[in-house]
Design a protein around this ligand. Sequence first.
Ligand SMILES: Cc1cc2nc3c(=O)[nH]c(=O)nc-3n(C[C@H](O)[C@H](O)[C@H](O)COP(=O)(O)O)c2cc1C
Length: 84
Amino acid sequence: MTGGPALTVGSVGLDDGDFTRTFRGEGVGVSGLDDLLDRMERDEFDIVAVGRALLQDPHWAARVLDGRFDELGSYDASALTFLR
Ligand SMILES: Cc1cc2nc3c(=O)[nH]c(=O)nc-3n(C[C@H](O)[C@H](O)[C@H](O)COP(=O)(O)O)c2cc1C
């Protein structure tokens, strides 16, 4: 592989595979991060981009860093209608 760092994006922490559901006003359930963490340990990518989970919960990254996975929740489309 050539170039810069590898980035992954899409449904991090969420149980769908299609973010366009968001534009239909649909919410998405929470999903575990075990697979993502395994793949990071295998050096599949260097950077993880997080979209809707952060829109829903601005403390998402801090919770993950602290290992407080039980505090992570689902995404509700109403998160697009205001800033936290
Ligand atoms: C409200 C909203 C607006 C977005 N606008 C763009 C955009 O203008 N261009 C783009 O490439 N991706 C856009 N995206 C896609 C995100 O960059 C990201 O790829 C997508 O949300 C998947 O990540 P997530 O599952 O963590 O939310 C948008 C996503 C959302 C929820």
